[in-house]
Structure formats: structure tokens, C-alpha cells
Design a protein around this ligand. Structure first.
Ligand SMILES: *Cc1c(COP(=O)(O)O)cnc(C)c1O
Length: 429
């Protein structure tokens, strides 16, 4: 079956034909390739076409697809049984490693998805402080728990509004949504309701509205304000953890959070995520404390095998320096190709993640991301896909490189982009 046949068939039994919405290509139009296999930096679709992959399963595949050490670790774990629902030595090993690597992590609980990690961290912050309100930022994504599927209220309304049907207004009203990088807005929220705010949750580098870097001092101000008002600072590092550096964004920007959430890279492509942080806060989690949290498959042995093998690889000397260099070479090449084609474009990378923007400078907020030329992105996306380069199928996603992206892949990508930018510019006229 080809991609189109598979997509048509998928839509009969799966809503939209996909198990996570952005995979459906609704933003860019067209038929998503159905992936048959992947190796290193490359994907192969159902029609045998190959693509250089800059999605990396939305972040986890930092050592490339089907890395032999990761695959053999998972195979060995599978042969020893798929799940026990009882403690294992591997869980202790990963917990110890994370507590050693991640700033502020004194204890950690393993879960199966980023959504579970952030949902649990928010509940824990509320249980610890005895407060209900939380602050999040416009354009940050923290998974699909009710409290976090909230957008800013319109006009004078300071209460958050549900951003998804099915989220009760009574839940959403406890979430205040502020503009990213706007410390004055955070000051104002604390001045007004500081004693009611349980937590600030933030992506320390925003990677779910394309890539938006934190402004100078933004994270430090969040740290200072939450300390002053007794609120819990949750750094949602599900994307940035082990991605922008071995110690995540907390290490990169020198911020110690009260709680931190991890996912994506930590599981090396398997369902594994984590939340952890200050010992006194983690002491509130069941069975030690009154905040309930549990999971049948939490700490799954196969997921742990993939995660531990991946963490072993990323700790090799120079790993992040090389990854960062790869991302920098890519974005610099794309910027130059766009300049030659006369297309308004900018790009930036932070560690192993990058953002591409069809505007002249990198955006600092969701409002600025929304000002990018999405039609130009969509033309560029399809021109790249046609040449075997698989970018995220939306102008509102970050991109990822892996250690398997070598000079050959980067050069081919930049060549394809030179062509694609010319098409993009021509079609615009
Ligand atoms: C991906 C992501 C999540 C959700 O993780 P899932 O594993 O998809 O549930 C949460 N927060 C951030 C910052 C993410 O990038």
C-alpha cells in the first residue's frame, strides 16, 4: 500500500488517521508519509522513499534512529520480560543518574509520558503549597492535562479559558496565561494574587511555538519571583532536557528549579518521562505523602533500557558540542541559502534544537511567531519533502538534529533548501 492508500484506510478507524494531531499534516496539507523504518538520520516510508529526518520523533531520537547500542539494550530487556509492576535495579540506576545530572533534582518519579509528568508536577505543586492557581505562558505546551490546555482570557478577563473543548471552565479559571518573556506581566500577576499562586510552569526554551529563546533575565526573574512568593517553579524540560545540553536548560541558563519535568530524550524513543526536584516537595508524593500519583507501566524495563543506553551515549565527551555544531552549521547554511534567494528568513539553534522563521528576525513571543509567513513555510516544507527532507509539518514546531546527522546530511539539506527557497520566492510572486 502506498502512503495515500494507507492514509485513506487509517481515517476509517483512527480519528484523522493519526494518533497525535500534528502527524496528520493539516497545517501544511497533503498526505503524510507512513514510516516503514528508520536508521540514523534517515526515515523510509511505505513507498520506499528516504528522507533526512529533522523531527526525530519530536525530539527523543538524539542519537539517531535504531542506534545499535540502544536497540540491543532493548532487545536484552525484552528477553527478560516486558513488565513486572514491581521495582527494578534499572529504575534506581536512572533515578541516581538524573539526580546527578539535572540541577535541582533530589528525588525523581518515573512516568510514561510528558503529559503525565507535567500533570503530576502541577498537582504536586498544588498539594505542597495548598494553593490552586498556576501561571503558564502563551504558546508553551505542557501536554494535554486539563489545567494546561488553557489560553489567555480575552480583554479584562484575567482567568484562563479552555483551549480545548471538554476542559471545564472551572478548571481553566485557575490557570493564568501570560505572554512569554514578559516579566512585567508576571510581576503584575504576583502583585495581584501572589498568595494564591501554587506554581509557575514554563518551557525554559519554548519549543512548541516554533523555537523561542528566553530573553536575558526572564528565567532568573521567574526564579526570584516564585521564591519570594512561595510558589513552586516548574521548569518543563520535557523537550529541552538532555537536548539543549546534558544538564538541560536549567544547566545552560544557571537556573535551579523547584520541580523539573523530563520526557522525550530521557526515554530514547520509548514511553518514559519523569518529574522530580526538591526533596521536601517530592516527600508529598504517595506513598510518602498525600499527593496521589501512580502508573501500571511506570518505570517500564524496556523504556528504561532505551533511556539508560541513550543517556550513556550522550555522556560521551564532546557529544553536545558536536550536536550544537551540527545544528549551527545547518541553520547558518539555511540562512545563507534564503539570503541568496531573496526570501525573508531567519533561523537559530540552541543545543540540538533549532527554529526556522519566515520573517527577518527570531521571534520572542507567540505574537511574533504568529507574524511569520506560514504560507511561505508551507511551500518551503513541501519543496523540502519532495527532495527527501522531512521537517516538522507545521510552522509552529521546533526542529531537531541527532548525532547521526553528519556532513553529508547537512550539505544535502542545505542544497535542497537552496532549491526550495527559490521555489518559495517564485510561487509568492
Ligand atoms: C512533548 C511535550 C510535552 C508532552 O509530552 P508527551 O510525552 O507528548 O505527553 C510536555 N511538555 C513539553 C515542553 C513538551 O515538549
Amino acid at each position: 500500500m502506498n502512503n495515500a492508500e494507507l492514509f485513506a484506510r487509517a481515517q476509517l478507524t483512527i480519528p484523522g488517521g493519526v494518533n497525535s494531531p500534528v502527524r496528520a499534516f493539516r497545517a501544511v496539507g497533503g498526505t503524510p508519509p507512513f514510516i516503514r523504518s528508520a536508521n540514523g538520520a534517515w526515515l523510509t516510508d511505505a513507498e520506499g522513499r528516504r528522507y533526512i529526518d529533522y523531527v526525530g520523533s519530536w525530539g527523543p531520537m538524539i542519537v539517531g534512529h535504531a542506534h545499535p547500542q540502544v536497540v540491543s539494550a532493548v532487545q536484552a530487556a525484552a528477553a527478560a520480560g516486558l513488565s513486572y509492576g514491581a521495582p527494578t535495579a534499572a529504575e534506581v540506576e536512572l533515578a541516581e543518574l538524573l539526580c546527578m545530572l539535572v540541577p535541582g533534582m533530589e528525588q525523581v518519579r518515573l512516568v510514561s509520558s510528558g503529559t503525565e509528568a507535567t500533570m503530576s508536577a502541577v498537582r504536586l505543586a498544588r498539594g505542597f503549597t495548598g494553593r490552586d492557581a498556576i501561571i503558564k505562558f502563551d504558546g508553551c505546551y505542557h501536554g494535554h492535562a486539563d489545567s494546561l490546555l488553557v489560553k489567555a482570557g480575552s480583554g479584562a478577563l484575567t482567568f484562563g479559558q479552555p483551549s480545548s473543548a471538554g476542559v471545564p471552565t472551572d478548571v481553566a479559571k485557575h490557570t493564568r496565561v501570560l505572554p512569554y518573556n514578559d516579566i512585567a506581566a508576571v510581576n503584575a500577576a504576583f502583585a495581584e494574587a501572589g498568595e494564591r499562586i501554587a506554581a509557575i510552569i514554563v518551557e525554559p526554551v519554548a519549543g512548541n511555538m516554533n523555537l523561542v529563546a528566553p530573553s536575558e533575565g526572564f528565567l532568573a526573574s521567574l526564579r526570584a519571583l516564585s521564591t519570594r512568593h512561595g510558589a513552586v517553579l516548574i521548569l518543563d524540560e520535557v523537550m529541552t532536557g538532555l537536548r539543549v545540553g546534558l544538564r538541560g536548560a536549567a544547566g545552560r541558563y544557571g537556573i535551579t528549579p523547584d520541580l523539573v519535568t523530563l520526557g522525550k530524550v530521557v526515554g530514547g524513543g520509548m514511553p518514559l518521562a519523569a518529574f522530580g526536584g526538591r526533596r521536601d516537595i517530592m516527600a508529598c508524593v504517595a506513598p510518602l505523602g498525600p499527593v496521589y500519583q501512580a502508573g501500571t507501566l511506570s518505570g517500564n524495563p524496556l523504556a528504561l533500557a532505551a533511556g539508560l543506553a541513550t543517556l550513556n551515549l550522550v555522556q560521551s565527551p564532546g557529544f553536545y558540542e558536536r550536536l550544537e555544531e551540527t545544528a549551527r552549521t545547518l541553520t547558518a547554511g539555511l540562512v545563507e541559502a534564503a539570503r541568496q534567494a531573496g526570501v525573508p528568513f531567519s533561523a537559530q539553534s540552541i543545543g540540538g534544537m533549532f527554529g526556522l522563521y519566515f520573517r527577518s528576525s527570531a521571534p520572542r513571543s507567540l505574537a511574533e511567531v504568529l507574524a511569520c509567513d506560514t504560507a511561505a513555510f508551507n511551500r518551503f516544507f513541501h519543496a523540502m519533502l519532495a527532495q527527501g527532507v522531512y521537517l516538522a509539518p507545521s510552522a509552529f514546531e521546533a526542529g531537531f538534529v541527532s548525532s547521526a546527522h553528519g556532513e553529508v546530511e547537512i550539505e544535502r539539506t542545505i542544497e535542497a533548501a537552496s532549491q526550495a527557497f527559490r521555489t518559495t520566492a517564485r510561487d509568492a510572486c
